[in-house]
Design a protein around this ligand. Structure first.
Ligand code: 13P
Ligand code: SF4
Length: 329
């Protein structure tokens, strides 16, 4: 699926508290629950019925009993929710909310790579990060998230080679922690790719005793100097486990600070800035422009109008099999 270049439309200002009241009312009227990823705006996380990482939200989508889900996140998340729970109506505040990782791996290119490796006589299993389209998932043997990747990779028989798509950084990190060689697809997350190592080390020096926590989508140079590496839910659990008030330098999408502050308000959280490749200057690019497409107004509008909706596609059937095997068993 193609996504338009991200450019935020201007919305007419509406009072967030009024919008929140309206949304609460609509949730009841429409028998809907809101699922929100930790990277969407804090206000949306606050009105959500369920918040979480990619793994938890995919599982929540299956277990909740309402007939409608509003998935506040990015396209592959809403698509996975629909695939795992076809009987529910899955709405998204903005269908244009894509993902640079999902974009970097298109189904025909993956198929060509798999055919080439198999033609060379290689026995491969393809492991895809959940940040992929359903068309890509339908070509894969396993789907992983930051929350279950290690466990899934460890299930793959040693006589099989692993083709890991599309996040080269997560793949390289998994090679390190599991000791398994992998063929890596050259994709990366536009947010985690550009943290400024220099600014992060300067912040660490200026804040004695501070602790760097990083998402495994970050490149090796960031992970090498991090004190804790984990997906968003693991980060949350980690800061909650630290009793002593601590300064954390957070190397992931900046909206993540909202759930960290909520679960462990005794700590201070300092976002690691991004850096612009062209000028070398720091920027606010630690905010994912796709996640930022989710606004309270769009949540209200999609509830009110019952669209945009993720519509079932034929190729979802095959993606369903692999998603269920990987995330629900
Ligand atoms: P997790 O919340 O599963 O760690 O995923 C991070 C992410 O980049 C989602 O787009
Ligand atoms: Fe994709 Fe990165 Fe945005 Fe997550 S933060 S949705 S991986 S572009």
């Amino acid at each position: 699926m193609e996504f338009a270049v991200v450019g935020q439309e201007q919305e007419v200002y509406e009072d967030p508290l009024d919008l929140m009241d309206e949304i609460e009312q609509l949730k009841i009227e429409k028998d809907a629950k809101i699922l929100a990823h930790f990277y969407v705006d804090g206000d949306i996380q606050d009105i959500a019925d369920y918040t979480g990482d990619s793994l938890k939200l995919a599982r929540d989508a299956v277990s909740i009993e309402s007939s409608t889900i509003v998935f506040s996140g990015v396209h592959f998340m809403g698509e996975s929710a629909k695939i795992l729970s076809p009987e529910k109506t899955v709405l998204m505040p903005d269908l244009q909310a894509g993902c640079s990782l999902a974009e970097s791996c298109q189904a025909p290119d993956l198929k060509a790579m798999q055919d080439k490796l198999r033609a060379e006589g290689r026995q491969i299993q393809t492991v895809a990060y959940i940040n992929t389209s359903a068309a890509v998932k339908s070509l894969c043997d396993w789907i992983v998230t930051s929350g279950n990747a290690r466990e899934i990779v460890e299930r793959i028989p040693a006589d099989q080679e692993i083709l890991f798509v599309p996040d080269q950084h997560l793949g390289r990190y998994l090679m390190e922690v599991t000791g398994r060689e992998m063929i890596l697809w050259p994709g990366s997350c536009m947010v985690h790719e550009i943290f400024s190592l220099q600014d992060m080390l300067r912040a660490k020096k200026n804040n004695p005793g501070s602790v760097i926590i990083a998402h495994p989508e970050c490149p090796q140079n960031i992970l090498e100097v991090s004190d804790f590496i984990g997906g968003t839910e693991k980060m949350r659990q980690y800061v909650a486990s630290v009793e002593e008030p601590t300064k954390f330098l957070v190397a992931t999408e900046s909206a993540m600070i909202h759930p960290l502050e909520k679960i462990a308000p005794r700590h201070e959280y300092i976002p690691v800035p991004g850096i612009m490749e062209s000028t070398g200057e720091t920027c606010a690019c630690n905010r994912c422009p796709h996640m930022a497409r989710n606004t309270l107004q769009k949540v209200r509008d999609c509830l009110k109008h019952g669209k945009p909706e993720i519509v079932w596609q034929d190729y979802f059937n095959q993606a369903k099999e692999v998603l269920e095997r990987s995330l629900l068993k």
